[in-house]
Design a protein around this ligand. Structure first.
Ligand code: HEC
Length: 144
């Protein structure tokens, strides 16, 4: 019986140690998926480093934004849901309706087909991209 107690304590300890590892892995998987989505759909305009110098940038009337400065432009806080809504594009957003950026919510939904899951799939792809963008934000000025 004494051994059982040690085994339980030992196992609980392992679970506690493993949890942060598991959540870091999940986070990495989402960001990696977002990175590949970004390279497929966004890099042509915003550049592979997100700084707005993609191959198509010179052809556009309105220059693609530097996506590594989203936090810096918002007092150091990543504007998560604003970014989400800009990418989705299905809701009107003042200033972003120039027509130079595709409406990704509609594109992703069309790619997924017409069933109920299409909307969810589009939401998931947008979320992955937003998490990826959050991960590439430039450090605030004055910090390394
Ligand atoms: C055809 C070129 C093009 C593509 C492809 C494109 N964008 Fe853009 N994007 C723009 C332009 C141009 C702007 C700035 C002008 C505007 O506001 O409409 C912009 C603005 C943005 C902004 C707003 C930035 C700010 O400072 O407010 C975000 C966020 C953004 N794009 C994310 C993305 C993401 C994510 C993708 C890929 C899913 C993407 N864009 C694909 C052209 C593009």
């Amino acid at each position: 019986m004494r051994h059982t107690r040690y085994v339980i304590v030992g196992l609980s300890f392992l679970v506690v140690l493993w949890l942060p590892v598991a959540s870091t892995r999940a986070q990495q998987a989402v960001i990696v998926a977002g990175k590949s989505e970004y390279h497929k759909s966004c890099a042509v305009c915003h550049g592979s480093d997100g700084k707005g110098r993609g191959a198509m940038a010179t052809l556009l009337k309105v220059k693609p934004a530097n996506l590594t400065r989203l936090s810096a432009n918002h007092d150091g806080i990543f504007p998560f849901w604003d970014v989400y809504r800009i990418i989705d594009g299905r809701k009107e957003i003042g200033g972003h309706g120039s027509g130079d950026m595709p409406v990704w919510g509609t594109v992703f939904k069309q790619e997924a087909g017409a069933d109920l899951g299409a909307d969810l799939s589009a939401h998931a792809r947008i979320l992955e991209i937003v998490y990826y963008l959050e991960s590439i934000q430039a450090a605030p000025r004055g910090k390394p």
